[in-house]
Design a protein around this ligand. Structure first.
Ligand SMILES: Nc1ncnc2c1ncn2[C@@H]1O[C@H](COS(=O)(=O)NC(=O)[C@@H](N)CS)[C@@H](O)[C@H]1O
Ligand SMILES: [Zn+2]
Length: 412
């Protein structure tokens, strides 16, 4: 699938400390240690109700990771999927009497546009589940052949399930207990109560064709994939057997990333699949998580059509820490617009206070588990000084502009 147009990342002089990120599996903020090319898989959207500010907050967080790794001299191989076939998409299309293919294409196009407007660096590989159907079915076939998966004893629909016990590490990513796993599995597309499963949380790998549901031919018989195996296949085939970072919102901790890791590890025999599992907090509105099911959504495209500068949306979402569940409010946007205007005024000056120290502080704060509140405050400090006392370094304004572009993705 075509990815979106990307902006280039200006080079900054000097360098910063290694990027440290919170890892859900080890429960600690730990240094990332990518090789020359960092490998990152961030789960993409299920293409409807795109792009709400919750989506945007998550992709902005991983955009900072992308930018920081580049600033540290790494290339980044960034892969993202589109879940363009799955129950929620089919349900939404049915509700709106929409063709599910058209709905998916329309919403994916809108998502691309919004990502471009927000200056999110494009993934090297932007892959839809439908276009990856062959490789997904192939992975399911191999898991079935190896005994890591099994067919449920249901003569009408002998669907294929993953045996969550096969890797011996199941649960290492989320650390949830069985009860919580069953609860979340039920809430997020699983079927723990289906009779005949070896373990209630075992995840569906291949759903045999049902009447009036789309299906694809495969060696497994006609059908369509379960949700988690698409991400395992797409990541393994483009990033290798162990990756630096698997990212997404905290609602993906379980079942999605636990199973994505288990599917990958059952196939490769290598553990852990990802050296970091990093999850963002939920953006809320009026006290509730912003979510499709609740319909309390604020859309990037709507704000853009009202003339809101995408850089202000970016600053509004980066004002809070990426791992905090936090509300989106009109106030947040107003403060971000004022901050953006102040910063623009300061970098428009023909001189300012020396900014080398600011660049290093930006790098240090962002390398500390993406501490954007501290980073933005450091820029506020420089801008205030520049606007009060003007400062005498003629190179400072341009250096600040370049640093904000490269490290924060903000275009002044
Ligand atoms: N309110 C929210 N705040 C922050 N992130 C959110 C919010 N709602 C969804 N997300 C994140 O946005 C990303 C896309 O969500 S999604 O459209 O539901 N799609 C999926 O979760 C799957 N297609 C992943 S393979 C996920 O990482 C999800 O965790
Ligand atoms: Zn995913």
């Amino acid at each position: 699938m075509q990815t979106w147009a990307t902006v280039d990342v200006p080079r900054l002089p000097g360098g910063g400390p290694p990027l440290r990120l919170y890892d859900t599996a080890t429960g600690r903020v730990r240094p990332t240690a990518p090789g020359p090319t960092a490998t990152m898989y961030v789960c993409g959207i299920t293409p409807y109700d795109a792009t709400h500010l919750g989506h945007a907050a998550t992709y902005l967080a991983f955009d900072l990771v992308n930018r920081l790794w580049r600033d540290l001299g790494h290339d980044v191989n960034y892969v993202q999927n589109v879940t363009d076939i799955d129950d929620p998409l089919l349900e939404r299309a049915a509700r709106d009497h929409d063709d599910w293919v058209v709905l998916g294409m329309r919403e994916t196009a809108l998502f691309r546009e919004d990502m471009e407007a927000l200056r999110v660096l494009a993934p090297q590989h932007y892959i839809g589940a439908v276009e990856a159907m062959g490789e997904i079915a192939e992975l399911v076939g191999k898991l079935l052949a190896s005994g890591a998966a099994y067919r449920i004893d249901d003569p009408e629909y002998p669907d294929v399930y993953f045996d969550s016990s096969v890797t011996g590490h199941f649960g290492y990513e989320s650390h949830y207990d069985e009860q919580k796993m069953i609860e979340l599995s039920r809430e997020r597309g699983g079927d723990p109560d289906r009779p005949g499963k070896r373990h209630p949380t075992d995840a569906l790998l291949w759903r045999m064709a049902r009447p009036d549901e789309p299906s694809w031919p495969s060696d497994l018989g006609p059908g369509r994939p379960g949700w988690h195996v698409e991400c395992a296949a797409i990541a393994l085939n483009r990033l290798g057997t162990q990756i630096d970072l698997n990212g997404g919102g905290s609602d993906l901790i379980f079942p999605h990333h636990e199973f994505g890791a288990a599917h990958a590890e059952a196939f490769t025999g290598e553990h852990p699949f990802a050296r970091h599992y990093t999850h963002t907090g939920m953006i809320g509105l009026d006290g509730e998580k912003m979510s499709k099911s609740r319909g309390n959504l604020v859309f990037v495209s709507k704000l853009r059509s009202q003339g809101v500068d995408p850089n202000a949306i970016r600053l509004g979402l980066l004002a809070g820490h990426y791992r905090e569940d936090r509300p989106w409010t009109d106030d947040l946007l107003t403060q971000a617009q004022e901050r953006l205007a102040r910063w623009r005024e300061a970098v428009a000056l023909d001189a300012g206070p020396p900014a080398d120290d600011l660049v290093q502080r930006l790098r240090t704060h962002l390398a500390d588990d993406l501490d954007t509140p501290a980073a933005l405050a450091a820029v506020d400090g420089w801008a205030a000084e520049a606007l009060e006392r003007r400062g005498t370094d003629p190179d400072a304004p341009a250096l600040v502009r370049t640093a904000l572009d490269a490290l924060l993705g903000v275009a002044l």
